[in-house]
Design a protein around this ligand. Sequence first.
Ligand code: PEP
Ligand code: MG
Length: 331
Amino acid sequence: LKDQLAANRDQPAVTRDGTELKLLANINNAKDVESAVAMGAQGVGLYRTEYLYLTHENVPDENEQFAVYREILQKSPRHYVTIRTLDIGGDKTVAYLGHNHNEANPFMGWRSIRLSFEHPEFFMSQIRAIMRCAAELKSGEPGEVNMLFPMITNVEEMRKARHLVRKAEKSLDERGIPRGEVKVGMMLEVPAAAVAIHHLLELVDFVSIGSNDLVQYLTAADRDNPKVSGLCQPLSPAVVITLKHVIEACNQANIPVTLCGEMAGQPRAFLLLLGMGLRSFSMSPAFIPTIKELANQATVEHAERVVEKVMEMKTTNQVKRYLRMELEAIS
Ligand code: PEP
Ligand code: MG
């Protein structure tokens, strides 16, 4: 198994008809980078920073944040890392930022960037720490630091986030603290942002689709509530239509798009996403070898035909059955 893994790790992530794909890793801490490397990830596509805060009694200061981000950058394959700013709330809370469990609708409530905006001191320290981490990139060597804002709902929020980025740049420059170039992007996980994606694309350098939240918000069904989770289906026609709309909009505007929800690592969704034009997938490291093998067997031409067929289907079961059949045909 070890030999097999090693062979797969060195294999390029390319389709049978020669389209190159990016297979990235989702990580929650510095330790996870080891599995990203072992599984052959081409970089870290999603670092969920909330885990750094969940394990602390109080907000870690800027230097401590910087040290952790730097360690992750240094260990990451090709020094490629996408750092997502705090995404607390919903099911995760940190009391020291004033968050509690008293909301009637936590997932629709005060979570994620909505909470960060109300803690500008903390939020600025995180943004600065990410920019300082980017200064560690060596010129002439491969590497990229991306800053990802979660739960963006509308243009105003993205403008506000951009404004904070400029402010952080200024404050570091004034103090003579080195900073590096950082690409600024948004998580696409709120249906409102998916519908109006073309407006948001003017404000971002990249997009990362959070299918876990997008699916649960689109279907208005909590994925962790067994009474309704049956409605929360990533392969439902409404989700398929939405994903196609977003991926095509990004590709048309030449804005790089990744999908970093669970779907990215699900074999059954692979042909569908490939056929929609997705070329970058970020997933738990353990899924990378399987998706890479699938990629090696797939062709874009076939995947595009699959999407055409799926777009005509009216039920989730139909989509699921059909995708399973097409998957078996190539594997
Ligand atoms: C998502 O919503 O798909 C996502 C990747 O973010 P998280 O699972 O951390 O909410
Ligand atoms: Mg999410």
